[in-house]
Design a protein around this ligand. Structure first.
Ligand SMILES: [Zn+2]
Length: 227
């Protein structure tokens, strides 16, 4: 599996410019916490409980396919006060799709996520962080802004542990940054979500020590110029 790492600045191989807004740089003192690939009836409820224990709200970038499989768990994420966002319908590379297929995938995802949660999502993150012009345009047409991440836990790997997730998250830009974790293993090593789950209390200690508050992308103060 290939995960692309967006830089804080620069240009992707397809010419999409990585602006600070696109990678999710927000206000100082704040961290945006995001989860991709759910909702998953096995793992997501455990994340909801852990987030309640810590007192954090986060953004969940959902797969349309997963919300159709279990709309109840998608609704639970919304009812527990988290921000609902879109990750695509099936977990595919936007560059391997025709513009029309990419647009159809994002629309189907938007419709399924909205139907399951009762929320109109405002944020989109393409699988693997690979944006095409067609995906950016389709998301914008649905009222969503594309946001990637500034740092991640590399929690999808077989070797990942709570300790490596904390080390990977804090290795890169955290203050004012956007953190990517996964609340499902549907595209990664089976059970790998446990490393992200186990990392949450440690990240809470780490962020508290740095005086950082944590919340969803919508509270992150990302510049309003459209990505
Ligand atoms: Zn993903």
């Amino acid at each position: 599996m290939v995960h692309a790492a967006p830089a804080l600045g620069g240009v992707s191989p397809v010419g999409v410019r990585f602006t600070p807004a696109l990678v999710g740089v927000g206000r100082k003192g704040h961290v945006a916490l995001t989860f991709d690939d759910g909702p998953d009836p096995e793992s997501t409820p455990q994340f909801l409980d852990a987030l309640d224990d810590i007192g954090w709200k986060a953004s969940f970038f959902m797969l349309g396919e997963m919300t159709r499989r279990d709309p109840g768990v998608a609704l639970a994420v919304a009812e527990r006060g988290h921000e609902i966002a879109v990750h695509g319908d099936v977990h595919g590379n936007m560059l391997r799709r025709t513009p029309r297929h990419a647009g159809d995938d994002i629309r189907r995802a938007f419709d399924s996520v909205s139907a399951a949660t009762g929320v109109e999502p405002r944020w989109f993150r393409p699988p693997f962080g690979i944006s095409s012009y067609a995906s950016l345009r389709a998301a914008r047409g649905l009222g969503m802004r594309t946001v990637l991440w500034t740092t991640w836990g590399r929690d999808w790997r077989r070797e990942a542990t709570p300790e490596t997730v904390v080390a990977d998250v804090t290795r890169r830009y955290v203050d004012g940054g956007t953190v990517l974790l996964h609340d499902s293993d549907c595209t990664s090593y089976p059970g790998s979500w446990r490393s992200a789950l186990g990392a949450l209390p440690r990240l809470a200690d780490e962020f508290a020590a740095r005086g950082l508050t944590v919340g969803p992308v919508g509270d992150h103060g990302i510049a309003t110029r459209a990505a």
